[in-house]
Design a protein around this ligand. Structure first.
Ligand SMILES: [Mg+2]
Length: 110
C-alpha cells in the first residue's frame, strides 16, 4: 500500500469527523499531546528501544508514529496541506543551505 501525507491527513480528518466531531478543531489539545509524545520519544531513544518482529509497543518506531500523528492532526485543524508546505520549505532550505538535490529529483519506489 502506498501512503502519502495527503492520504494520512484525509484519513485522520474523515476518522475524526465520524468518531469525535466535537474535537476536530482542538488544536491546543493536539499540541499538548504532541509535546507529550515527543517526551515519550525522548525516553525510547535514550533507551534505544527498537521494533523487533513487528512488535511496535514501547519503541522508537511507535513514538515517532505518535509524533507524526499529532503533527498531522494539528495540520488538519488549520486545513494545512502538509505535503505542499514541506515542498515549499525544502525549497527555501535548498536555497539557504546550497543543497544540490531537489525533492522532484527523487523517484518513488513502488
Ligand atoms: Mg506514545
Amino acid at each position: 500500500m502506498s501512503l502519502t501525507i495527503k492520504k494520512m491527513q484525509k484519513y485522520l480528518d474523515e476518522k475524526y469527523k465520524i468518531s469525535k466531531p466535537e474535537e476536530i478543531k482542538n488544536t491546543e489539545r493536539y499540541f499538548l499531546k504532541l509535546i507529550e509524545e515527543v517526551g515519550e520519544l525522548a525516553e525510547v531513544i535514550r533507551k534505544n528501544q527498537r521494533m523487533v518482529d513487528g512488535n511496535i509497543k514501547g519503541t522508537i518506531e511507535e513514538e515517532l508514529s505518535d509524533v507524526l500523528y499529532y503533527v498531522l492532526m494539528i495540520s488538519n485543524t488549520y486545513n494545512i496541506d502538509l505535503e505542499k508546505c514541506f515542498i515549499l520549505k525544502e525549497e527555501l532550505n535548498r536555497i539557504r543551505y546550497g543543497h544540490k538535490i531537489k525533492i522532484d529529483d527523487i523517484k518513488e519506489d513502488d
